[in-house]
Ligand binder design. Structure first.
Ligand SMILES: [Zn+2]
Ligand SMILES: [Zn+2]
Length: 151
């Protein structure tokens, strides 16, 4: 796949930052998957109607700045900027090799391409989309288990 800028996607060597810029991240890449999540947890954690995510190998992610970790459940650690509060990441023991990053933190957001909507069953009731992307009722694992192509 190529982006509008003619670059190969998935990219490697990505970087991003929080709203105030105090927290930055770098990733050696590549994108493992990308999706827009409509689940209630994501909506509440980001105070957003839905959230654009992507996954990268956790071993290739580095952080700088006053990042605050928040253990939101037994297996999940989220992080946000300790200065401006912008949400930054999601990590779960279920996928110990992955870090999930909020696509809007990318320094170059034009590089992001969502490939699906997930937890479409939990979407806000007013939302109407005609983007042509697959809309999975639950997560990508469920979609993959059902034989759907997820990336
Ligand atoms: Zn910040
Ligand atoms: Zn979610």
């Amino acid at each position: 796949m190529r982006t509008d800028q003619g670059e190969e996607w998935p990219m490697s060597e990505m970087s991003g930052r929080c709203f105030c810029g105090a927290c930055t991240w770098r990733s050696a890449g590549p994108f493992l998957w990308s999706a827009i999540c409509h689940c209630e947890d994501c909506r509440r954690a980001a105070s957003s109607d839905f959230v654009s995510w992507f996954g990268v190998p956790r071993s290739g992610v580095s952080w700088v700045g006053p990042r605050t970790l928040y253990k939101s459940s037994a297996k999940v650690t989220r992080s946000f900027c300790g200065r401006c509060g912008a949400p930054l990441s999601f990590e779960t023991d279920v996928f110990p090799d992955e870090t999930h990053l909020y696509a809007p933190t990318l320094d170059r957001p034009e590089l992001y391409r969502p490939t699906a909507h997930i937890f479409w069953s939990e979407r806000v009731p007013w939302l109407e989309l005609s983007d042509g992307l697959p809309k999975h009722p639950k997560g990508l694992q469920d979609a993959a288990a059902a034989g759907k192509d997820i990336l």
